[in-house]
Design a protein around this ligand. Sequence first.
Ligand code: SF4
Length: 430
Amino acid sequence: MNDLAPIGGGCRTAPVLKQRGQREVFCGLTGIIWLHRKMQDAFFLVVGSRTCAHLLQSAAGVMIFAEPRFGTAILEEQDLAGMKDAHAELDREVARLLARRPDIRQLFLVGSCPSEVIKIDLARAAERLSQLHAPHVRVLNYSGSGIETTFTEGEDACLASMVPVLKDTTARELLLVGALPDVVEDQMLSLLGQMGIDNIRLLPARRIDGTTAVGPNTVFALTQPFLGETHAALERRGARHIAAPFPFGEEGTTLWLQAVATECGVSADTFAAVTDAPRARARKAIAQASEHLNGKSVFFFPDSQLEIPLARFLTRECGMTAIEVGSPYIHDALHGPDLDLLPANDRWGPQISEGQDVDLQLDRARAARPDLTVCGLGLANPLEAEGLTTKWAIELVFTPVHFYEQAGDLAGLFSRPVRRKSLLKLEAAE
Ligand code: SF4
């Protein structure tokens, strides 16, 4: 493991540029798009406006099949003006939905900007509806409002809402937290299974019956770097976090697996026997896919909270230089291990920034002229028009990118726009 030892003077203690201005990110409702596919007996009922319904419809567009597992209870003008009892309306809407859809076992009432503005108490509604529809259906609530949440915080809020109702246990169990595409989750479970680790629970589970219990002997590892609230909620239940870099790229995956394996008492020989071959495959795939990234610079706008681990991957495995790494929030317990691996900014490392003041950050990006800018959809078009090459951050959340078998694809997601730009330049020169 010597080749994976952290370099000295990482970014963990480097000064962070804190920004609290206008921000350009999607709201937390977006998480419903991947959560409804993951949790197969859940339904997400957004209590919101037509705008919220449109956001979900257009974001989910191609993915809607016969019976979607999300919908919007639309607040009409009368609700907003307080002329109707929104709680009675909601009860009727839920009763109709559950009568029509006996397959629903978990119902999430998801708050939005309008429901927050008119202060509908969804926690009270969830409690009342749970009593009405238990034991067949469990009703929980969380907020996906753009006032309170950014893009990936919707998943964090959803998972955090589940933690207080998990059953108690004193069993020693490993809990893996974060919604991964099924194929990636299966790869992760297979690697851990080959190491002999099989007392594993998942949050979220694919179905409510598989939902885990939690207690003082639970150890948990996060697979997504945006789960700060869930992390805090699990610690409140007595569970202990296994800190590790996130499983992006060959190095991140190996360090993440190593941390879990060490916690579970796996021998070095077993670890090597299970990981050597996929590590070699991942290294080869990254080397091929990152050919166009080597020696290039990257600038991250804050969007998904994946920025810090991805900057670690791009700088240490793909030969890039990071100029600025912006993240909506930085949690030392979650992001510290990845920050340790990024060179500090007085040693050619990046400026780390937290939060956003979008105009100031745009000025910094324009001045730096990075070879690749990772940003939200709203910023990408104007920056492309100014000649910068961009990558939409949202794609990184919708594409399978974790663990060894996806490491080459992850590098490919960044190298494609850079390669396209080089080809366009060549064509223009001819
Ligand atoms: S929750 Fe707020 S930001 Fe999100 S779609 Fe609805 S109104 Fe827009």
